[in-house]
Structure formats: C-alpha cells, structure tokens
Design a protein around this ligand. Sequence first.
Ligand code: ASP
Ligand code: MG
Length: 432
Amino acid sequence: MALLVLKFGGTSVADVDRIRNAASHVKREVDAGHACAVVVSAMAGHTNQLVALVEQAWGFKERRKQNGAEVSAQYDGSEYDAVVSSGEQVTSGLLALVLQSLGMRARSWQGWQIPLKTDSAHRAARITGVAVDELKARMLEGEVAVVAGFQGIAPGNRISTLGRGGSDTSAVALAAALSADRCDIYTDVDGVYTTDPRVVPKAHRLDKISYEEMLEMASQGAKVLQTRSVELAMQKGVRVLVRSSFEPADLGGKGTDAAEGLGTLVCHEDEIVEQNVVSGIAYARDEAKVTLLKIADKPGVAAQVFCPLAEANINVDMIVQNVSDDGRHTDLTFTVQSADLDRALEVLRKAKESIGYLDLRGSTDIAKVSAIGVGMRSHAGVAAQMFSALAEKGINIEAISTSEIKISVLIDAAYAELAVRTLHSLFGLDSR
Ligand code: ASP
Ligand code: MG
C-alpha cells in the first residue's frame, strides 16, 4: 500500500463529466489498495470569473481611471480570498459526492477544516503548517480525503489563498505533511516536454526532470506547475509526477507508477540515470527591454536606476551594462515583465534628474531563449556551442545571463522559434 496525493487542475474538473473522469483515476488507486488524498482546483475559468466579480464590486475600472493601477488594486485582500477560494469549495464537494456515488468513502475538506495554516499575506499567502493527523488516520481506514486546493486559514481565522495556480502548492504541502510516496499532478498535458511541442514538433516528453531544472523551466514560461510548488517539493523531497487526466484511467488493474512510462517525474537529480547535458529549451515572450543611453559611468548610478524600480515593485531580470567608450558614459539595458514596461518607463522618466541619462527606450519585440540542464555543471563549452549555432543562423544576441544550470539569451522576437528549434536539435533533443 502506498500513500498518494492526487491533484486535479481546472481543466480536469471543468464540469461534472470531467469530475467523473477524475474520480475514475482515484478509484483505480483506491482499488489498488492505496490510501488517497485528492486536491482539486476550481472548475476551469471559475477563478477568473470570481476575480472579475471582486474587481466589479470594488469598482476597479473606475478607480483605475481616477487613481492609476496601483491604488485601484488596494482592495481588502481577505475579502478577495473569501470570494476566490469558493471555486475550490464547489469542486471538492462535487468530487466527494461523485466518489460516494461510486461506492467509495470520501469526505471534502476546506483549508480551515484541516487546518492548512498560512501567514497573513492575503492573495499570495505562504503555508506555515498542515495538521494531517485526523486526515491521515481516516485515509488509512480507507476514506478518501478530498481537499480544496489554493486555500488555507490565516491568523485571525480568515480564509487565505496561495496565489494563482496555488493548488499545486497545496498538493505538494499536503504530500510533504503526509509523508506521501508520491504527489500526482493531473493536468491537460501528459508531462513536461523538452520544449513547447507547438514550436518544435520533435519535442518529446521527459520521463524525469530534476527539481532545479523544473524550477528553471517553470519560471521560463513552461507553465505546468506553480513555481512555489516546485521549490517546496525540492525542499521537502516530494516526488511529483505530472501526468494527463485525459489518458484512460484503466491500467489493467494496476496502480500508476512512473516506471510504466506515464507522465514526467520531478525528482532529485540522483534519481535520473541517463542525463543529457541540456534537458530542455525554454522561451518567454513576456519580457520587455529597457535601455538607458549615456548614463554616467561612476559609482552609485546603477543603484539610482534600480532602487526606484524596486520601490515600485518591478522585477528586473537580465541586466547588461556596456563598457564605456570615453570612460565617462555608458549604456544600460535590462529586462522587465512586459506588463510592467509602462510603469518602469514612467518611474525612470520621473527619476531622470537623479539618474542623468540622454535617452530612454523601451521595446517588447524581444524573446528570451534558454538552454537548461544540470549536466552543464560538469560540461564546459555549452555556451560556446550555443552562441555559434545562433550565429550560424544569423541571430543576434542582445543580452546574456547564466546560472550554474542555465544559459539565457535575449534576441529579436521574430527569431524566437528559429532559435528554439536550432538549440533543440543542437543539444540532441529532437526525438528520433
Ligand atoms: N483556482 C486557482 C487558480 O485558478 C488555483 C489553481 O487552479 O491552482 O489560480
Ligand atoms: Mg495550474
């Protein structure tokens, strides 16, 4: 017998038929003798509708016209949470009912009932503890625990939510607290791919990927798992299997096992025997480039640029500063999320006096393409290979950033797909 956490995302519980389908996956595991907890998201699109209702109630649009985006967003986070957490309450009850209708013992659990405790950072709360004693005892007696994802209880007994996509994190936290054997994330794709299959038809599903690689892939735009859930899984050593809920539930009487070639197991790198140098190519088009021309080349200028951005809560990703020609002036280029570009430009225009620059430019016609792999730690020359291959295709690199297991380049958006295809085959990832 194993202890399993199964998590179903919004598209996997989008209507009652889909909930029935999810239930048949649960039934397979229960029939195989496993003790199961199930974490559910809200029905696809439901959370967006709830967010829209909150904004309507607050008069968000009118306020934005009057006060700008930042001021208008300042509604009461705990009431936002009270509203948007309700989507998961619905699906947890419905799934428990469907499981009961199939003859299983099942009980729904809201965050406060477990309790899954969080801090008081409403709308993006962090989990501080999960009390699983009662839940676990019942699971071991054969009752399926159906847990509403995304929600918890904050100090002061107020409902909290964990940030968009947060039910992945609920599932991993629950798996850690239960010391579960595995956390199965059921979604609408059958795993994690070497790159986006819509861009590279030769992309293939990875059987296994390390936590660190998955973190890079997730933050690079491969939106399979909430980043925080991967961090938590890595920290607690939870093995996470990403798989599709749309594959047949019937596995000939057997429970699931990653070894059967289903899905992608996110695990510690030691568990991965055959390791490529590069495991995947990620790309993101949602970044924008900001360039400051002719700023003074002296101590303190970078701080004068980035402090006001930090104060405005704008995240900066890649940064390049040119070598100065005359020893007095230089150019500075960096990237921000596209959604933050207008605000970033506004902040920098306001700070023009204190920074002192000749001109300010912003552009969204860029893409970031990254090669990711833990094998890079022990292999030299990956960057050289990558840059040569891009040069051969005539692709100009505007900025570079690296970590121990990742090389990212900033390029003209028009070349994004060519760059992804080129690197995918360069590093031997095209499926044969
Ligand atoms: N329902 C929430 C959302 O849409 C949480 C989740 O699905 O993970 O963000
Ligand atoms: Mg999700």
